[in-house]
Ligand binder design. Structure first.
Ligand SMILES: NC(=O)c1ccc[n+]([C@@H]2O[C@H](COP(=O)([O-])OP(=O)(O)OC[C@H]3O[C@@H](n4cnc5c(N)ncnc54)[C@H](OP(=O)(O)O)[C@@H]3O)[C@@H](O)[C@H]2O)c1
Length: 324
């Protein structure tokens, strides 16, 4: 990635030009940079899924006006000071919400909310969350607590446990402690697994799913290495997931759910309604973004490196100069 000057983009019909205040970094941005994300443009291109900022101009038919504060999910192009986004992926911010933390909200909370719905998480459910101290993980812990689920938060290192314990989880631990914790805390089985990693951990956790259980596989972080997606490592982790026999899925009454928010059809405006609900929960103090390390725009590649190195907790945010 290199920093370059480009002409200001111009919004077309149904599009909005946003002056960026902050950029929410997503793990998927690492996959985009490696060319491993669906619909990634051919290089050279500007990556960047998620921003907050102020509307500078709106094309015809786009229901926004200059000066409006928004968050937006352009999927690509968001690592820039000015970004054109289709109006359908721009969400007005309520008053009193700061632009920098707002950039940490849409993707992680929309993902976590959709996951809870699809897995039909109910009060008392025993739930495992992998990568629990990360962006989506910390959003999930909050929404699961609201549903009164009992959560086992799994993390990559002991040092991350303090982050997840702050959300009142039933238990926390590292991946190699998972089996013992499921035995000790949940009596040996769980109702829901929310897994952003895949690879070897998938095989181990799938075995722990009770009859009627739902396994949500919504990411493949295990495919990533310190410099992005490593093909050989990804192949190894895919093999480690093992073979899932349809016969076994049927007889054990378990469900495997997969989804990618960016590829979901949004025919009835569900995303906009879900976003409004999340911002209202935030305003009421019911949920909050968990901010991780923040970087200035000029050091954006360092933000990518930090996320890939697996040392961050919460949401990594990039602040654009003069904004906030
Ligand atoms: N399906 C969807 O629509 C959707 C939407 C948003 C995000 N996601 C997925 O959700 C996951 C979390 O995304 P996020 O943006 O919030 O990132 P994040 O959780 O803040 O960071 C990723 C975390 O994944 C864990 N991890 C496991 N294996 C890793 C590896 N080989 N290299 C680096 N990290 C690894 C690390 O936590 P530990 O060290 O604690 O394991 C790391 O902190 C990602 O898998 C992402 O692709 C999916």
């Amino acid at each position: 990635m290199t920093l370059r000057e480009r002409p200001d983009p111009v919004p077309g019909a149904g599009e909005v030009l946003v002056r960026t205040a902050a950029i929410g970094l997503n793990f998927a941005d690492l996959f985009v940079r490696s060319g491993a994300y669906p619909r990634t443009p051919r290089p050279p291109f500007v990556p960047g899924m998620e921003i907050s900022g102020t509307v500078e101009a709106a094309g015809s038919g786009a229901p926004f006006s200059p000066g409006q504060r928004v968050v937006a999910v352009p999927l690509f192009g968001g690592h820039a000071e000015k970004v054109v986004v289709p109006a359908a992926r721009v969400f007005a911010l309520p008053d009193g919400v700061d632009l920098v933390p707002a950039s940490a909200m849409p993707v992680v909370f929309l993902t976590a909310a959709y996951l809870c719905e699809r897995a039909a998480v109910a009060e008392g459910d025993r739930v495992i969350v992998t990568a629990a101290a990360g962006g989506v993980g910390t959003a999930l812990l909050q929404l699961l607590a609201r549903r009164r689920a009992r959560t086992l938060a799994l993390v990559g290192s002991e040092g991350k446990r303090a982050v997840v314990d702050a959300f009142g989880v039933a238990a926390s631990g590292t991946y190699d402690q998972a089996a013992g914790l499921v035995e000790g805390v949940f009596g040996g089985a769980v109702d829901v697994v929310a897994d952003a990693m895949g690879g070897g951990i998938f095989r181990r956790l799938w075995r722990r799913l009770a009859p009627g259980g739902r396994y949500v596989l919504y990411g493949f972080a295990a495919a990533s290495g310190p410099r992005g997606v490593a093909k050989l490592g990804a192949a190894r982790e895919l093999l480690a997931m093992g073979f899932l026999s349809p016969y076994e899925v049927v007889q054990s009454c378990r469900t495997l759910i997969g989804f990618n928010l960016s590829l979901l059809p949004d025919t009835h405006g569900e995303l906009r309604r879900a976003a409004a609900e999340i911002f209202s929960l935030w305003q009421n103090g019911a949920v909050r973004p968990v901010l991780g390390p923040s970087f200035p725009f000029e050091r954006l590649p360092d933000a990518h490196r930090a996320l890939a190195a697996r040392g961050t907790t919460g949401k990594v945010v990039i602040v654009v100069r003069g904004a906030g």
